[in-house]
Design a binder for this molecule. Structure first.
Ligand code: TYD
Ligand code: MG
Length: 469
């Protein structure tokens, strides 16, 4: 028998090498190469076999169609409501019937919970969708009883519409799909499924690629909307290669910060809508609850302005997040006053304190300064400088800052306020979260003041900020 050939595949970017090397030549990551048996290329095998497999389905179209026809279909295909308006909005106005959606997030963030609630929403929205939708939820992580128990607790009903499966082999899942012919398929999670045609372990690049390629074909040929859950790696990208993100129509990230209960749902890729939409949820004992007025989360208990707090904006990758910066400045009994900062670099805070002393003519030298980012966040975005300065100033002066005011700007040593990256995305986010007033650098003001409804105020230097406050 001929010896089976093997090669090494980078688990980060998917590039292959005939021999092991410490550093992937494709993406530069270290120690990501894993030996895998040489296998037939995924796309070919799955595409041809799948076309045969799903010949029985009515909605399967011709392999080649005129462009205009398919275009119309995309535009006109009636979107379904998931019954969760925050999710519908992030999806771009509802669920497209044959779309393939990847839902990423840290383990335990609430992805499975969200999907079960989507099932509940879909069942309850029969009349809006003009159709009794059939949903198949397949879990490779939990037993049917576990899922059933959780579903019951979350109030999922609809016994003739909702079906559960506990399965890890993709071929068996396809068998069930064939029998059941669901409208919506939920796969939880990508890393637990594997295909029998490959020998590599579940979660490896080849498996992840094969499973998603097959699911994509299923979505497109059979007209099934598929939600695929994927766990996120430490680095923040969906575990396994980027190839998955290329294959799907929509990539949603579900994220939350530290021990806080709020969860943010964002689209980072969406073929059917904007990627700037943000869905906000709160995790409670009843599952996820939609937060229709998200500013209440970020500015909770803060209807009255409080001295020493100011709102800032940070970018996580390309994703903006608003946060509350808090400062406490008090006369110090010590000869060497304390400077403590959590959530932000303490050197940066000392530097900003020095800028305040120099340019705002405040004396902080005999005061303790405690600085904190609310919610246990850690930020390193220089765009938070201006908000940090505002909070320190507010605490020192004992003058509260209005709770619907946001500060965006980097502050230089000379006290000038400088432009930040992607100010437009931040402003858009702030507008969504109910902010009414934004202080920002002169150049960002000039660039964006005609584009947004929210009031923008230009600040050239921190001295100017003092007068404006
Ligand atoms: P889960 O949906 O299992 O996360 P994922 O699928 O992303 O790994 O969410 C699990 C967490 O959510 C768990 O830590 C408990 C919490 N939770 C609640 O607080 N309330 C609830 O009603 C449910 C169902 C979960
Ligand atoms: Mg889960």
């Amino acid at each position: 028998m001929a010896k089976k050939k093997s090669h090494y595949t980078c688990q980060s970017c998917g590039s292959q090498s005939p021999r092991w090397v410490g550093r992937c030549s494709g993406c530069g990551e270290w120690n990501t190469l894993v030996e895998e048996l040489a296998e037939t290329p995924v796309e070919q095998s799955s595409l041809s076999t799948l076309r045969d497999e799903f010949r029985w389905l009515p909605s399967q179209g011709e392999a080649i169609e005129a462009l205009d026809a398919s275009q119309d279909q995309i535009e006109e295909s009636e979107r379904l409501t998931t019954g969760i308006s925050e999710l519908d909005r992030v999806l771009g106005g509802g669920l497209v019937p044959d779309s393939f959606i990847l839902l990423g997030g840290d383990p335990g963030i609430g992805k499975s919970t969200l999907l079960l609630q989507v099932i509940r929403g879909l069942v309850e929205s029969d009349s809006q969708n003009h159709k009794k939708l059939k949903v198949l939820y397949v879990s490779g992580e939990e037993s049917k009883n576990q899922i059933r128990a959780r579903a019951q607790r979350l109030g999922v009903s609809g016994h003739d519409q909702v079906f559960l499966g506990a399965e890890t082999q993709i071929e068996k899942v396809f068998e069930s799909v064939k029998q059941l012919q669901p409208d919506i398929l939920m796969m939880d999670s990508l890393q637990t499924f594997s295909s029998g045609v490959l020998q590599s372990a579940p979660g490896s690049v080849s498996q992840v690629r094969e499973v998603s390629a097959r699911l994509m074909t299923l979505a497109k040929t059979a007209g099934i909307a598929i939600f695929l859950v994927g766990h996120v790696t430490k680095e923040g990208s969906i575990a396994g290669p980027k190839v998955v993100e290329h294959m799907v129509d929509t990539v949603l990230y579900f994220e939350g910060e530290g021990a806080q209960n709020f969860r943010l749902l964002r689209a980072v890729k969406n073929r059917f809508g904007s990627v700037r939409e943000l869905g906000v949820f709160e995790m409670s004992s009843q599952g996820l609850e939609q937060v229709t007025n998200p500013s209440s989360l970020f500015m909770s208990d803060r209807e009255q302005p409080i001295e020493g707090t100011a709102l800032g904006s940070t970018l996580e990758g390309t994703r903006p997040l608003m946060l509350e910066l808090q400062a406490l400045v008090a006369p110090s009994p010590l000869s060497l006053p304390r400077r403590t900062a959590s959530g932000m670099d303490s050197t940066r805070i000392s530097l900003l304190a020095a800028v305040i002393e120099k340019h705002m003519k405040l004396t902080l030298g005999d005061h303790d300064l405690f600085f904190n980012v609310a919610g246990g966040l850690r930020v390193s975005d220089p765009a938070c400088d201006l908000a940090a300065i505002a909070s320190i100033y507010s605490s020192t002066k004992g003058s509260p800052i209005d709770s619907h005011t946001l500060f965006i700007g980097e502050v230089g040593l000379t006290g000038e306020v400088r432009r930040v990256s992607h100010a437009d995305i931040r402003i858009e986010e702030a507008q969504k979260l109910g902010i009414q007033r934004i202080f920002l650098s002169r150049s960002d003001y000039q660039k964006f003041h005609s584009e947004f409804d929210v009031e923008l105020i230009s600040v050239g230097t921190v001295t100017e900020l003092e007068n404006l406050l």
